[in-house]
Design a protein around this ligand. Sequence first.
Ligand code: DOR
Ligand code: ZN
Length: 345
Amino acid sequence: MLNLNITRPDDWHIHLRQDAALATTVSHAAQQFNRVIVMPNCTPPIIDQESALKYRNHIITNIPSNYKTQFEPLLTIYLTDNTTIENIKHAAFDKNIIAAKLYPKGATTNSNSGVTNILKIYNILEAMEKFGLPLLVHGEVTDRNVDVFDRETVFIDKILTDIRIKFPNLKITLEHLTTKHGVDFVLNYNHNTAATITPHHLLLNRNDLLVDGFKPHYYCLPIIKDSPNQQALINAAVSGDPRFFAGSDSAPHVRSNKESACCPAGIYHGPNTVLVYTEFFDMQNKLDKLEAFISFYGADFYNLPRNTDKITLIKNNTVIPDNYNYLDNAIVPFWAGRTINWSFG
Ligand code: DOR
Ligand code: ZN
């Protein structure tokens, strides 16, 4: 049996939700990762240091006892039209807060408090650049007239390029990258610009989402793109370029909502994120590139030390469960019911 011994991974983009949800999501994350960057799109959103530290305490309370000493949630604050320079200063000097997240208002789940016009926060971006607080970007425009498949490309051209040029020392992570245009954007800048890539955007294209019936558990934002865009992401992930690293965007929604007339966006990886990434690198015959992608490059980008402990992955079947208990309902993970070739040692 093939064994892979790799440095313990981190997940540089995850949604843990809040309150009772944390019992499930924190346990699933702590089983695999040392560090996770926690998205702030809770209700109400995590908009400042005070709410971030409260949220952090709730998360920590939910870490299972055997992972208490190793699991570290890194918090983010949610940018709004009302974010102040003081908010940025406090966040930047708090080691528990790693970044601020830009949601264009209305772009996705719980983004109603998001930024309405990027020009309104240029002074905030300037402060982030000055105090060294990285910017995490949900890179989609929300204009109703822009096709949902083009929203990332239009965001890059109309909004992100100007930010990149105006704030050259601001660290920017283009989250959950979905297009070749996005890959090229990142490649165009030799430092301070990076992107996370999810397992699902690597493993799916829009035929998987839409042919033979719409698959609600493959619906997320930014929406899964076509095969040429998927191939550009695959090439970036296996290239060994440190500007591309793991961020699962694991985003739980209860089964009854996902399988309803208006399915919310979000794909849940639960405790299987590392196995699914491993399956992907194996399918590409690039297992030699897995460790750096999930365990090194994110830490390097955020100037954090690489983890020193190891995990073992074994080439042995795992059946992904049909669902997990979640809140008073169930949650269906990505690839539910499917047998994959990798398991934890
Ligand atoms: O699919 C998504 N789900 N994309 C996002 O940007 C947000 C996330 C969520 O919070 O459910
Ligand atoms: Zn997300």
